[in-house]
Design a protein around this ligand. Structure first.
Ligand code: SF4
Ligand code: SF4
Length: 271
């Protein structure tokens, strides 16, 4: 089965227990305004252009016969400034599993494993399940928004040892306004996760003025109760990659607030 991957991060230390390799799968049904991986939103491979280095010389606009260049109408290899790349690689589960397994012994020694992230991995649920089966014996973690059918959610988390589940906004209308979808399915899947017996972690992004309000954090604390929570500070460089894939970062400049947000939760840490 083929999947689409847009990045593989080696030696990740914030993506689950121990030291890990994180695989980022392309495609996400949400559009969180603060998303710092815009190249992971679209499900298909796409052209990226480093606009800051492009001098508009037109050298890439030459006719070329490379098969990999044909979908993009430019020669990916012609740019003298190295501006052009494709975000997203179509890869079969065997090849990806073999690549990931190469360092399995080292990851085990470091108390880690492999994390599947995105984008939203549940968008490629069949591929994720097949990949997980081929990685059996390795500690597997999943990072997810939880926006999928209950059947898909249940099926995918069944293949993983550890689930990192986002909780962004408790209010359905605010969730829709800031992420593009309401949170009905997410809240249902959180209930499924709690009943699954799987080790898990809730992750709450602290977006100034959007998710870090007292009202939202108190409401989320009622959802997560005494479960472990990781509060994620806003990434001030979240907008850095938007223009490379033809998008505009939708938020103004924001600053993390200097407040102890762990006080709203029974069992929270800040990352
Ligand atoms: S060759 Fe490179 S610098 Fe020239 S127009 Fe194409 S992307 Fe821009
Ligand atoms: S769920 Fe994650 S990948 Fe998807 S838009 Fe939100 S922040 Fe980006």
């Amino acid at each position: 089965m083929l999947g689409t991957v847009f990045d593989i991060k080696e030696l990740a230390i914030h993506d689950g227990p121990g030291t890990r390799i994180t695989v980022f799968l392309k495609g996400c049904p949400l559009r969180c305004l603060w998303c710092h991986n815009p190249e992971g939103l679209d499900a298909a491979p796409q052209l990226a252009v480093k606009q800051t280095l492009c001098v508009g010389c037109g050298t890439c606009a030459v006719p070329c016969s490379h098969p990999e260049c044909q979908p993009y109408g430019r020669c990916l290899h012609a740019c003298p400034n190295g501006c052009l790349s494709v975000k997203g690689e179509r890869i079969d589960s065997d090849t990806l599993a073999t690549r990931l397994r190469a360092n399995a012994d080292v990851l085990a020694l470091l108390g880690g494993g492999i994390t599947v992230s995105g984008g939203e991995p549940l968008m490629q649920a069949d591929f994720v399940c097949e990949l997980a089966e081929k990685l059996s014996g390795i500690h597997l973690a999943l990072q997810t928004s939880g926006h999928a059918s209950a059947e898909t959610y249940r099926r995918v988390i069944g293949h993983f040892d550890y689930i990192m589940q986002d909780v962004k906004l408790a209010d359905p209308q605010l969730h829709r306004r800031y992420t593009g979808v309401d949170n009905t399915r997410i809240l249902e899947n959180i209930r499924i996760l709690r009943q699954s017996g799987k080790p898990f972690l809730f992750r709450v992004p602290l977006i100034p003025g959007i998710t870090d309000t007292e009202e939202n954090l108190r409401a989320i604390s009622r959802i997560v109760e005494d479960a472990p929570v990781e509060l994620l500070k806003y990434n001030p460089f979240a907008g850095a990659k938007y223009n490379t894939v033809g998008l505009t970062y939708p938020l103004p400049e924001l600053r993390n607030r200097d407040e102890d947000f762990t006080k709203y939760f029974q069992n929270a840490t800040i990352a």
